[in-house]
Design a protein around this ligand. Structure first.
Ligand code: ZN
Length: 497
């Protein structure tokens, strides 16, 4: 038993942070008592004086494979990034997969995040060993995660109608050679991972991740739907992230991506849309009706120029909203505080009155309880008796809390991660007064420096091809993005829809 004493605790719905001691039994909050309400004889006492105890933030969307590729791209759209994926994340060894995931988990913990929804991609197919390496990295760092197997059975070039034909001869053949495994093999690979899962599902659980609807055949998506039902696991997909995706949906399906997914029976309480920038009211209503979630990734959407998702309309439609950072290859940091702040702030430049802005309380709720629900963990995201002891201790001496006027406003508007003092996950101190307790950071850093040099050489040919393809991808997808579309989601004048 642990007695966390002397802190101020942010309980759900109170928003004032009362002085309370927290009794932790194993991995669970056993009780919340007035200061010195229990003697704590025989308990391990942890000093939380001058600390604000909040539920750990939940990152609704990231990618373990991306963390060795951070900082590689600047002025890139999503489509330019997808063109670059084969070299940016290619030819990874099992150790690289573990390493990339561990770096990400360590950064998330350091910045106050205790659980994440991780779409981990492997080529050509998910493997027991590869997904296992990522799961082990999370388990070793001590973080909770849903690890979804991100895969597809169509290449990027097959997924976008007309793109292959737009390429000049020579490049067209090279791009056409990029082929993924057929859906039967992809479903079988996912099944193997689900059948052999050996990690404690309370800590690290598997999920499915048919990446983007039109990158997957209907047969593959239906196969994933059936696996999700059979193994009672969640599914996360990128849906309506960029405008070209919304345009391609009309070309391919004659309806929106969400309408198509609904017609396949994909939408369910365990289903989570990543992004959801290019959705209409009908899409949000369908997601709400099916009990599905949306992970809103405002930082990534800004960096890739994807648009601004309409969090207010998601909330108004009663869709469960989580907040995510996305992977570091396309938004470069894993700061869930920053993502939460952007989620709130961006709602303020969508041409609406202040009563429609996403308040700091709503943003905080999405980044904790909303994320918990999206990940499928039902006992995290709140500090309450019976919930998991996933706690972040913020230093009230950090200058952004001096003076302390309104706890939640200051967390959402001012916390940049520098106030994170300690992080407990499942009753275990994973970050103790600024020090990561579960990971050898200098070693990880040395391994990462070695890996990027080796991987750059191994992927040089792929990179050269991607760079030749890039102007054509940019031009073709830029043309798709310029087409008129009923959903407009850019700030300022185009904020209707
Ligand atoms: Zn993503």
């Amino acid at each position: 038993m642990i007695l966390l004493h002397g802190g101020r605790v942010l309980r759900p719905g109170s928003f004032t942070a009362e002085a309370l001691d927290v009794v932790v039994d194993g991995d669970t909050i056993a009780d919340l008592v007035p200061p010195d309400g229990v003697k704590g004889d025989g308990m391990q006492r942890l000093d939380a004086r001058d600390r604000l105890v909040i539920p750990g933030l939940v990152n609704g969307h990231t990618h373990a494979q991306g963390h060795l590729a951070k900082g590689l791209f600047d002025r890139y759209t999503l489509e330019l990034y997808l063109n670059g994926v084969p070299w940016a994340t290619g030819r990874r060894t099992l150790e690289d997969k573990y390493l990339s995931a561990a770096i990400g988990a360590a950064e998330m913990v350091r910045k106050g995040c205790t659980a994440s929804y991780d779409m981990f991609a492997e080529f050509p197919l998910p493997s027991v060993e590869g997904v296992g390496a990522v799961a082990k990295a999370y388990a070793d760092v001590g973080m909770r995660a849903s690890v979804s197997m991100m895969c597809a059975d169509r290449s990027f070039f097959e997924a976008i109608p007309g793109l292959l034909d737009f390429l000049p001869p020579g490049l067209r053949e090279a791009a056409a050679k990029i082929r993924l495994a057929p859906h039967q093999e992809a479903v079988a690979a996912c099944r193997r991972v689900l059948e052999t899962w050996s990690f404690d599902r309370d800590r690290v659980r598997p999920a499915l991740g048919p990446t983007i609807p039109h990158h997957c055949t209907d047969e593959f998506m239906v196969g994933c739907r059936d696996l999700a039902r059979e193994f009672a696991v969640g599914t996360q997909m990128h849906v309506g992230e960029s405008k070209p995706q919304a345009v391609v949906a009309q070309m391919r399906y004659g309806k929106t991506l969400v309408a198509h997914l609904d017609s396949l029976g994909m939408l369910a309480p365990g289903f989570c849309v990543a992004h959801g920038v290019w959705l209409d009211d009908d899409d949000r209503a369908r997601l709400a009706d099916r009990g599905a979630s949306i992970a809103h990734n405002p930082g990534s959407n800004l960096k890739l120029g994807s648009g601004i998702a309409d969090m207010r309309r998601m909330l108004d439609a009663n869709v469960n909203v989580a907040i995510g950072t996305d992977g570091t290859a396309c938004s470069d940091n894993l700061n869930a505080f920053e993502a939460m702040r952007l989620g709130s702030y961006l709602s303020r430049v969508q041409g609406r009155g202040v009563e429609q802005w996403v308040s700091s309380r709503e943003a905080f709720r999405a980044a904790t309880e909303g994320g918990a629900r999206a990940l499928g963990f039902d006992r995290i995201g709140r500090i309450e008796k019976g919930y998991k002891a996933d706690l972040v201790l913020l230093d009230l001496g950090a200058l952004h809390y001096v003076p302390l006027n309104d706890v939640v406003n200051q967390i959402v508007s001012a916390e940049d991660g520098t106030g994170v003092d300690s992080v407990m996950i499942g009753g275990r101190m994973v970050l103790d007064r600024g020090r990561l307790t579960t990971i050898d950071l200098p070693r990880i850093r040395a391994q990462a420096e070695e890996a990027v040099v080796r991987l750059a050489a191994a992927n040089a040919e792929q990179r050269a091809l991607a760079e030749k393809l890039e102007p054509y991808v940019g031009q073709y997808c830029g043309g798709l993005a310029a087409r008129p579309h009923p959903v407009h989601r850019f700030c300022g004048s185009e904020s209707g829809g």
